[in-house]
Design a protein around this ligand. Sequence first.
Ligand code: ADP
Length: 308
Amino acid sequence: MDNTTILIQDLVKRYDKAETLALKGLNFHVERGEVFGYLGPNGAGKTTTIRIMAGLSRPTGGSCRILGKHTHANPALYNHLGVVFEESNLYERLSGWENLRFFAKLHGIPTTRARALLEQYGLEKAAKKPVNTYSKGMKRRLLICRALLHDPEILIMDEPTSGLDPTSASVIHRAINEFRQQGKTIFLSTHDMAEADSLCDRVAFINGGEIAALDRPQILKRRHGEPALIIEILPNTQDLEALQEAIPPDRITWHDESLQVRLPLDQVELGNLIDLVRTHGEILTIHSQEASLGQVFRDVTGAHLHSD
Ligand code: ADP
């Protein structure tokens, strides 16, 4: 059986009158049961891709197929697809329960399913209150309930945890892990590199409408990241110049009185460098730092993360 659920081939998108292409010929696929991360700086083309996947926008060239069908021409695909957009498109004056009931009726789904989802996502107490009284985290959970009403096998999520407090974010992380255990496919666009690292089987980095890298997080980190030893020292003031001459400036970060020196772990000279740092000050702390997806992001997109 073909395990591909989402297949993107030579996908191009040009918005009316735009000089540059928003998508410049994307190629990738997502497999059944996979959590696939979609990462990239603002303006990279993530939302454009998701809108095409959801059948809300037509490709200018190439194709986007889900379960073998072109997304722009197959409304029936919605039976298999749940989409959670970053923007809330809930009926704000209706209650959470009324929002779900409306969609359940529209799709011929028993309302008992809506009730079960509200309970599962901790919204049963707020169910009767209008959505405009909900926090951002509650609205996001309600959006997920709505996307899950018809029990889709593929879930597309656009920045599902952006701007959420850690508790709401962890509810959503748990939910994503549960979907995976149920064998569902999840396409997850996110700015949160730690989230992508812990949840995703594979991640794609998109930049300027092109895929800049795509692989398992572990492999990308090995290829692009740099595990390092971070040494914090209280420098001898008379030795500062010598220290600055010995260590490249981009490896030194100043804090009030102390400074941090970042030494790549794979350096042949590591032992000598530690000795050198030690001769120029008193060592306060030493810890190792793993290669991170944030480093991969900076390396492959040249952009800075919001958290930088
Ligand atoms: P992301 O979601 O990664 O931030 P988008 O897909 O929103 O990126 O945008 C990709 C590119 O397409 C950007 O250059 C953006 O300015 C442009 N773009 C997005 N939507 C429109 C639109 N409706 N009309 C014209 N240009 C657009």
